[in-house]
Ligand binder design. Structure first.
Ligand code: FAQ
Length: 318
């Protein structure tokens, strides 16, 4: 079969909502784009543990601490499912992780902002996980089977995370005047980075058109951003907090909220390594990787020993 015929069959399968599995034929560009997106997603989950773990030992109550600990552990689990899904495409986890530590691979811009107060933990859960769910629910229908299946569980857990964050915000917004001010301050700082997190505007998104044709992405960056804005503004009203945007207004004609301009220069500066926390985040991941070397060595040695024992048992039984 020529590669043009293979490609036509591949696209027809996707158009008919078929799933692509690891051993199926796929264009190299499809494989490469998936490794790029899934590994960036996995890196985001790993780096995303850091802003939250900053508050783990200072959580205000044991209950809050237990919930936050469970959430952070979930993010580690998400990273594992995602690295495993990406490995089915032929790139090893070691290779992907090396690219993160060297700064070659991207991870989400949002995790380069600092968590300054406990209210930030509420804002991260409410806004960042809220944005993550909006972006990730359509990924459960991604054309690549292992990614789509991993996302089902990830989304269920993200939905618990979003509620955990909203509940913190609710407690603070209805608490003392100082607590309400902290909640408003957290919203002021996390709103715009959460909006930008959906990626560049449609006209500037270099991968969207192809990713949508391949049904990796189901919606454009701007469509998902708008969906998140429309969903979140009534939640801010319920909290009695103000969205920090003087241009924000409901557009009766479109049925959507219009927002002011997004600071794309800030977004690209953060993506390109100049955010407040980029250096710290990578240093923390590098330190954890170095300190975990003995665990990886022990696990590899155990696996090798177990395989040798099994082989010896097989030979003895023959
Ligand atoms: N940050 O052409 P597009 C979470 C890059 S997980 C950094 O539009 P695409 C859970 C993009 O990679 C959050 N870079 O790209 C959690 C590309 O660069 P490249 C992560 C960004 O792939 C919560 C270039 O810009 N979620 O939050 C960003 O079609 C709380 C051009 O962009 C995912 O990864 C950004 N925000 O669309 C954990 C979801 N946006 O690769 C802990 C899966 C864009 O050419 C606590 N990923 N770029 O070098 C996706 O849906 C897509 O990859 C997008 C980007 C939407 C992120």
């Amino acid at each position: 079969m020529t590669s043009a015929t293979e490609e036509a069959r591949f696209q027809a399968h996707i158009d008919a909502e078929g799933k692509i599995e690891p051993k199926d034929w796929m264009p190299e560009a499809y494989r490469k784009s998936l490794v790029r997106q899934i590994s960036q997603h996995a890196h985001s989950e790993y780096v995303g543990m850091l802003p939250e773990s900053n508050w783990l030992r200072r959580a205000p109550t044991l209950r809050r601490k237990a919930a936050l600990m469970a959430k952070i552990q979930d993010e580690a689990g998400h990273g594992l499912y995602l690295y495993s899904a990406a490995e089915t495409l032929g790139t090893s986890r070691d290779e992907m992780y090396r690219d993160l530590l060297s700064g070659k691979a991207k991870y989400s811009s949002i995790f380069n902002y600092p968590t300054l107060t406990w209210a930030d933990i509420g804002a991260v859960g409410w806004l960042v996980d809220g944005a993550a769910i909006t972006n990730q629910v359509p990924l459960c229908r991604c054309s690549y089977g292992p990614y789509a299946r991993a996302m089902v569980r990830v989304c269920k857990e993200e939905s618990f995370h979003q509620r955990q964050g909203f509940q913190i915000m609710l407690g603070m917004a209805h608490g003392s005047p100082q607590q309400k001010a902290m909640a408003q301050d957290a919203l002021n700082r996390w709103w715009w980075p959460s909006i930008a997190m959906f990626g560049p505007p449609d006209g500037e998104s270099k991968h969207s058109a192809q990713s949508m044709a391949w049904k990796i992405k189901r919606h454009s960056n701007d469509e998902l951003r708008q969906r998140f804005i429309d969903m979140t503004i009534p939640q801010a009203d319920f909290l009695g907090l103000r969205i920090p945007d003087d241009d924000l207004k409901f557009n009766e004609e479109t049925g959507h909220y219009d927002i002011g301009p997004i600071d794309w220069d800030d977004f690209w500066a953060v993506v390109n390594g100049e955010g407040q926390c980029n250096t710290d985040r990578l240093a923390a991941r590098q330190k954890a990787h170095d300190e975990g070397a003995w665990v990886r060595e022990a696990a590899t040695a155990y696996a090798a020993k177990r395989a040798a024992r099994k082989a010896a048992e097989r030979i003895a039984a023959e």
